[in-house]
Structure formats: C-alpha cells, structure tokens
Design a protein around this ligand. Structure first.
Ligand SMILES: [Zn+2]
Length: 150
C-alpha cells in the first residue's frame, strides 16, 4: 500500500489503535481532542511522501506556500521567509524513501508538538505528549505500510 488514499486508511487504523491505548491506559480524550489527534495522525501519515508527487506533497507544499506568502506579505518577515523557503526544498532534493522514511525522523520531526501546549496556554510538556504520539503514530503507520519498519 503506497498510495495517498492507502496511507490515509492506514493512518486511521493506527489512529484507532492509538485512541484505544490512550483511553484504556491513560485518559479518555474529549471529542475535540479526538478530532485534533486524528488531524495530526492523518497529516503525519501522509508527510513522508512529501519527497514525491503525492497527496502529501500537494497538501504540505500548499501549506508551505501559504505560510511563505503570509511571512512575506503579512508579517514582513523576509529573512524568516528565506530560511523557510530553504528548508522546504530539502524533501524534494532527497531521494525517494530517504530521510523522510526514516524511523529517526519519525521520532524527531514531531517533537515541536510537545511544545504546543506551552506556547498556546502555558501548559506543560506532559500535556504535549498525546499530540506528539498522535503524530508519531501517523508517521509509523506510513512506514509500516511502506514496509520500512520490518
Ligand atoms: Zn512512502
């Protein structure tokens, strides 16, 4: 299974496993938390194929484009926009199923999600863990269905 739609389905399967473990061993998430975890997991289940023409590439490069436009025209942050532009080229320069399909990247790339509660409302790192693990779950679903885990 390597199509974008296949990875979305795979992301939902892994999301179901994540929510089952979360609600049985930690806490029962609210409906809004489930929606957020689902959005994060599905986005990360698509992310690794950003290095080839795919649904993930269209989605993320659309987000990158809008972010760069906002940095340039709304925030007037030209230097930040230049560095952002430099960074977002990297996945396209890499070989397919290279660093975007690495287990190390799957663990490291979502780490900024740990900081979201701190930045949004002065929360703790512990409160960021479910967002982080939702992302890692989605990421590993992609690697699993690309047979990069075995
Ligand atoms: Zn892939």
């Amino acid at each position: 299974m390597s199509s974008g739609k296949g990875h979305i389905v795979g992301g939902f399967v892994f999301l179901w496993l994540f929510l089952t473990v979360l609600s049985n061993y930690f806490f029962v998430p609210s409906a809004m938390e489930i929606v957020i975890y689902a959005a994060i997991a599905i986005m990360f289940s698509l992310w690794p194929d950003v290095d080839i023409k795919s649904i993930g590439q269209k989605l993320f490069y659309s987000i990158f484009f809008l972010t760069d436009v906002a940095l340039i025209f709304y925030f007037k942050e030209l230097e930040t926009a230049a560095y952002f532009g430099l960074l977002i080229i990297l996945p396209i320069l890499a070989k397919h199923r290279g660093w975007t399909h690495s287990r190390i990247t799957a663990v490291l790339l979502p780490t900024p999600l740990l900081l979201v509660p701190m930045g949004m409302y002065g929360g703790t790192l512990l409160e960021g863990l479910p967002y982080y693990f939702a992302a890692v779950t989605g990421y590993f679903s992609h690697l699993f269905f690309d047979k990069k885990l075995i």
